[in-house]
Design a protein around this ligand. Structure first.
Ligand SMILES: [Fe+2]
Ligand SMILES: [Fe+2]
Length: 274
């Protein structure tokens, strides 16, 4: 199984790839390939696929981590490049979502309506784990959230005629079970909280996680939570970490200080062999 970071805020030095505040990975497996998220614009996804000579790849499915448009903004472009490819996500995907700073609330959810998407392709929405291709599972909804979430004070949803804090019910991750090597966790933005997601992932792996990849939303993390995360990593025998997107430079720096060689950078163009 092979992961390639297609879209991230950063790009590999010296490459011709483009960056944007967004996330997308390609998961290649013998049983079929899955596109995980689509970046924000579609333009960057299309450019980077061409630059990586992956535009001719065959996809079995597209899976979406959550509704935010830095993950789903490229969906329309992806479905033009890969027509008819089924889409997997959480049942709460189409709830309207907003980012509010001062008085301005900007829509940051899905740009396509459910109807528009269903006209283009098959849609598999579930709150339960879904096996997309053999060895690639969604976690389903993260229901048990005893630990801090990866939340932002700017994220809101409508409840009646009132904007209330988004609970990120739509946030899910992928569990990858490559043959002959350890399980991997591939996150989107980790709004449900990294430690909560890791616990839910174990219901599928029943084993420790060897690799953790993706956005972890640790920007405002407290020192206490950071040490709890380090302890959680230790219980997994310190997985290889490829953290990017919304992880936050300060948290990444602290993790690198604490874990050294276990922490890798993961800009667009990074290839991870599982
Ligand atoms: Fe998000
Ligand atoms: Fe994000």
């Amino acid at each position: 199984m092979r992961l390639t970071c297609l879209v991230d805020n950063g790009v590999q030095a010296g490459s011709s790839l483009w960056g944007e505040h967004g996330l997308s990975f390609l998961i290649e497996t013998d049983a079929g390939n899955v596109l995980w998220d689509t970046g924000r614009s579609g333009t960057v996804l299309a450019h980077n696929l061409r630059a990586l000579r992956l535009d001719g790849v065959r996809l079995a499915a597209i899976a979406l981590s959550h509704a935010h448009d830095d993950h789903t903004g490229g969906l329309e472009a992806a479905l033009e490049m890969f027509p008819g490819v089924p889409v997997y996500a959480h049942t709460d995907l189409f709830q309207e979502r907003f980012s509010r700073r001062e008085q301005d609330a900007r829509a940051v959810g899905m740009r396509l309506t459910r109807h528009e998407l269903e006209q283009r392709t098959a849609l598999y929405l579930s709150d339960d784990p879904q096996e997309i291709v053999p060895g690639v599972w969604t976690t389903g909804g993260i229901h048990h959230r005893p630990y801090p979430q990866g939340s932002s004070p700017h994220h809101f949803v409508w409840q009646g005629d009132e904007l209330v804090s988004d609970t990120y019910a739509d946030d899910l991750s992928l569990v990858l079970l490559p043959e002959g090597s350890g399980a991997a966790l591939l996150t989107g933005c980790s709004h449900a909280g990294l430690r909560n997601i890791m616990e839910t992932a174990h219901k599928i792996t029943r084993d420790s996680l060897s690799v953790i990849v993706g956005g972890t939303h640790l920007g405002g993390v407290t020192l206490g939570e950071l040490s709890a995360i380090l302890a959680a990593f230790e219980r997994e025998n310190n997985p290889a970490l490829y953290l990017n997107h919304c992880t936050g430079d300060a948290a990444l720096f602290s993790l690198r200080e604490a874990l050294g060689r276990h922490v890798h950078s993961c800009p667009a163009g990074t290839v991870i062999q599982l």
